[in-house]
Ligand binder design. Structure first.
Ligand code: PMT
Length: 404
């Protein structure tokens, strides 16, 4: 566990919502206190059905706040006071309901009201039935919250109280506590640096209605942009067409084709200290773009001539200035490390992030990745982890290279 600096007692507000995992919040509270935090608890009305507020009164040393006030007129004062008191707000376990309320900005009880009022970082540890968790409504609410800068400790997979086996089990309380302490002592090691990140696919038009593209959700690149922002960098995110929400606090420059991406990189890269190319640009584009929708060929094969696109990374690699750190990705399906190492040299990169996109939990679309970081003199294979954690590891490696 990351120890807190001496003489400082960070304030944590722990929100507990109604789920069978509510009892685990007691252990989380203890871990937070052990790590040096002062903790106050807010329970929703439903949470009180699972565990008695008296338990939290006793453990925290503060009266646990619930919605069963005798004097509801104190609400407005109390929620603002707690919102201001918090250095960190953690909700564990968090139901689909509280996330939906937060995404919509609803404030109809003490917890939702206080979290809406707080300026402290917010960490959510969801726990619920698998069906509820994977429901597009829940997933969309989580995406909205992530884009607003809310942090998540993702649930694990296992046997659930409802008898199902699947994703939705509260993350281990040790991991939630560790995440809390990371947020309480944020690293600002990228302060003063300008970071350019490319993310998402390109589209190469065939005609006004069709295009050729690559698989990429943009999640890896967006995680890198968010992690760089959180560590103090000024971030420009060049984004292809993706369906995930734009992160706040970064400048976004949209692109469509590989040629657009090249132009955007050429105009933004010279002012940047770190350039990370996580985008998946198409290597080829149709030789001609038809002016009208191409019609069927009466059963005859349709032959398309493709020409090579510019290699954006290789172009920038040639123009790299002293002091710039240049990072690429390699999405491979075989001989992953060999192909990636070749690209490191050919594109004049300082670091390449190799992902085997055939591995479950790695590569496109998913929220996790498994990567090997390759530089001229080292190779580091990282375990399966969230794209956000992968992003932090990549930034750690970049900072090491810059200090070498
Ligand atoms: O977006 P997600 O769904 O989260 O998925 C993430 C990812 C798998 C797309 C990402 O992690 C990734 O691997 N991105 C690079 C995909 C790719 O184009 O790989 P590549 O091996 O073909 O290219 C190597 C490097 O050259 C990359 O940094 C790429 O951005 C760059 N490149 C490639 C072609 C080209 N014409 N110009 C380039 O600059």
């Amino acid at each position: 566990m990351i120890p807190m600096p001496a003489n400082e007692k960070p304030h944590v507000v722990l929100g507990v919502t109604g789920g069978i995992a509510a009892y685990k919040a007691c252990e989380l509270l203890r871990l937070l206190q052990k790590g040096g935090a002062d903790v106050q608890v807010i329970m929703t009305r439903n949470a009180c059905e699972f565990i008695n507020p008296l338990t939290f009164d006793t453990l925290s040393g503060y009266p646990c706040i619930t919605d069963t006030f005798n004097r509801p007129e104190r609400w407005s004062v109390e929620h603002v006071a707690l919102a201001k008191w918090a250095d960190l707000f953690v909700i564990a376990p968090a139901t689909a309901n509280i996330m939906a309320k937060m995404a919509a900005g609803l404030a109809d009880d003490m917890l939702s009201t206080t979290v809406l009022a707080t300026k402290a970082p917010v960490l959510i540890a969801p726990a619920m039935n698998t069906g509820m968790y994977v429901n597009p409504a829940t997933q969309q609410n989580m995406e909205i919250l992530k884009a607003r800068g809310v942090h998540f400790e993702d649930p694990s997979t296992g046997y659930l109280a409802c008898g199902d086996t699947g994703v939705g089990k509260l993350a281990p309380v040790e991991a939630i506590a560790e995440h809390c302490f990371k947020l309480l002592s944020p690293r600002r090691d990228l302060a003063g640096l300008r970071v350019l990140v490319t993310a998402g696919p390109t589209r190469e038009m065939l005609d006004p209605v069709r295009y050729i593209s690559n698989r990429s959700s943009g999640k890896m690149g967006y995680s890198l942009a968010e992690a760089s922002r959180d560590r103090g960098a000024e971030v420009v995110l060049l984004s292809g067409p993706v369906a995930i929400p734009a992160p706040q606090g970064v400048r976004i420059v949209p692109f469509v084709s590989t040629q657009d991406l090249l132009e955007a990189v050429l105009s933004n890269a010279p002012a940047c200290d770190v350039i990370i190319q996580a985008a998946a640009p198409a290597d080829y584009r149709p030789a001609e773009v038809a002016g009208q929708k191409i019609k069927k060929q009466d059963g005859e094969p349709f032959v398309l001539t493709m020409i090579e696109n510019p290699d954006v990374a290789a172009t920038i690699g040639k123009q790299k200035k002293p002091g710039q750190t240049f990072v690429g990705f390699a999405a491979e399906t075989e001989q992953v490390l060999e192909h990636a190492a070749g690209k490191l040299v050919r594109k004049n990169l300082d670091l390449i992030v190799a992902n085997d996109v055939t591995k479950p939990g790695a590569g496109f679309d998913v929220d996790t990745n498994i990567v090997t970081l390759i530089s001229s003199d080292s190779r580091k294979t990282l375990p399966l982890q969230s794209k956000r954690d992968v992003a932090d590891c990549i930034l750690d490696e970049i900072m090491k290279l810059r200090q070498a």
